[in-house]
Design a protein around this ligand. Structure first.
Ligand SMILES: Nc1nc2c(c(=O)[nH]1)N[C@H]1C(S)=C(S)[C@@H](COP(=O)(O)O)O[C@H]1N2
Ligand SMILES: [Mo]
Length: 395
């Protein structure tokens, strides 16, 4: 599946798993998500089951000795950092969920067509990232912790990648975050070289990627090439002409991209993963399990499940560590990570099972897709619904 150092393979995980080196080549860039049921079989998502989202061919970095990241822009002393310099910095291990802003896009598109990769509910994963804190890295160029503006007017930190994509007219993928977030050690922004205790693999940004916890996946730039301290936010395509949330009335004829800010934090989200839509079940007890996550480090306060399409609700059991009840915003909870939930419900006839989460700021998910519909199909956080068909025989 690797040609000229680039992967040009299929969109679905099943295709990937079963293919051999001579398998037919499907689509490029490579995008993949695991089946729902596999997604919630563990709290930490195995690398193989972690969704993959790329906008261009996956680059190969094979000379790790020569690989470096330059830091320049509105600072006094630009530098060049090699992996050995980054490995020397204190290593932090952060469990953080990454979610593509387009997660659950297909369901939005089913209501009214949108543009973008058609994701089911699995463009999300939870990994244990190991790396240096960006706040420590920036100190090497003389920017101290908790800095909002540098002396020369730098206010944003731009990450520029190695991979090239057509949206940037053949230029590199890039994004930025505010300097105040980058220099805040508590924001846990990492330059990560490990994923789940192993060196990052190529799909996920080997040898070094940014991980911005609590923020849509698009800002966690993979295959980092350089860091630029800039006055305005990054002017790249994915910051300015994509990944923005518009009102339902905005269409491709009347859109004015400059009226909205680039999306950063993701809103409260949950999805049922134990049941496909439509699932055939026997009458009686049905286990409903899935994930919930919110952005900005907000915890998950509650997950409600309904078997009558939302008329009545039961609360699901939440956990991060198996069997240990989860407490939102507790010292012992992983603040950047998703929460898994589980509840046994009674189903006697064919119905719609619904789940919705509430985060620690009491934000709730909207009931329907239509009121949050947007032309790019991002942030579909509407109540997650699965239809179940109750069969009484031949099951
Ligand atoms: N260099 C680079 N970084 C990137 C992307 C990309 O195409 N190129 N895609 C972004 C998007 S939209 C998402 S959702 C995440 C996906 O990360 P993953 O493939 O490790 O799951 O990477 C982000 N970082
Ligand atoms: Mo994404």
């Amino acid at each position: 599946m690797r040609w000229n150092g680039y992967r040009w393979d299929g969109v679905c995980y099943a295709v990937m798993q079963n293919s051999t080196d001579t398998a037919p080549i499907y689509k490029q860039p490579f995008n993949a998500e695991p089946p729902r049921s596999a997604l919630v079989s563990s709290y930490v998502t195995p690398v193989d089951f972690f969704y993959k989202r790329n906008h261009g061919p996956i680059p190969v970095v094979d000379d790790i000795e020569r690989y470096s990241v330059s830091i320049s822009g509105l600072i006094d002393n630009p530098i060049e950092l090699f992996m050995k310099d980054i490995w020397k910095l204190p290593k932090y291990v952060v469990t953080a969920t990454l979610q593509c802003a387009g997660n659950r896009r297909t369901a939005m598109s089913n209501v009214k067509k949108v543009r973008g990769v058609g994701w089911d509910v699995s463009a999300i994963g939870n990994a244990v990232w190991g790396g240096a804190k960006l706040a420590d890295v920036l100190e090497l160029v003389g920017i101290s912790k908790f800095t909002g503006t540098t002396n020369s007017g730098g206010k944003h930190v731009e990450f520029i990648s190695i991979d090239k994509c057509k949206e940037e007219n053949g230029g590199p993928y890039k994004a930025s975050i505010p300097l105040s977030q980058a220099t805040n050690p508590e924001a846990d922004v990492l330059l990560a070289y490990d994923m789940n205790g192993e060196p990052l693999n190529r799909d996920h940004g080997y040898p070094l990627r940014v991980v911005v916890p609590g923020v849509i996946g698009a800002r966690s730039v993979k295959w980092l090439d350089s860091i630029n301290i800039i006055a305005e936010e990054c002017q790249g395509f994915f910051m300015q002409k994509d990944y923005k949330m518009f009102a339902p009335s905005v269409n491709w004829d009347n859109i004015n991209w400059s009226t909205r800010k680039p999306q950063m934090d993701f809103p409260v989200q949950c999805a049922i993963c134990s049941l496909e839509d439509v699932a055939a079940v026997k009458p009686g007890k049905v286990k409903v399990s899935g994930y919930a996550a919110s952005g900005g480090g907000r915890g998950i306060e509650r997950i409600d499940v309904s078997v009558d399409g939302g008329k009545t609700w039961v609360e699901a059991f939440r956990h991060q560590k198996t069997g240990v009840p989860y407490i939102a915003d507790d010292m012992n909870s992983d603040k950047w990570a998703w929460v898994l939930f589980e509840v046994i419900v009674d189903v006697s006839r064919s119905t719609e099972i619904v789940a919705k989460a509430v985060d620690s700021a009491a934000n709730v998910q909207p009931e329907n897709v239509l009121e949050i519909w947007n032309l790019r199909g991002i942030l579909n956080t509407s109540w997650h619904r699965v239809k179940v068909q109750v069969g009484h025989s031949n099951m």
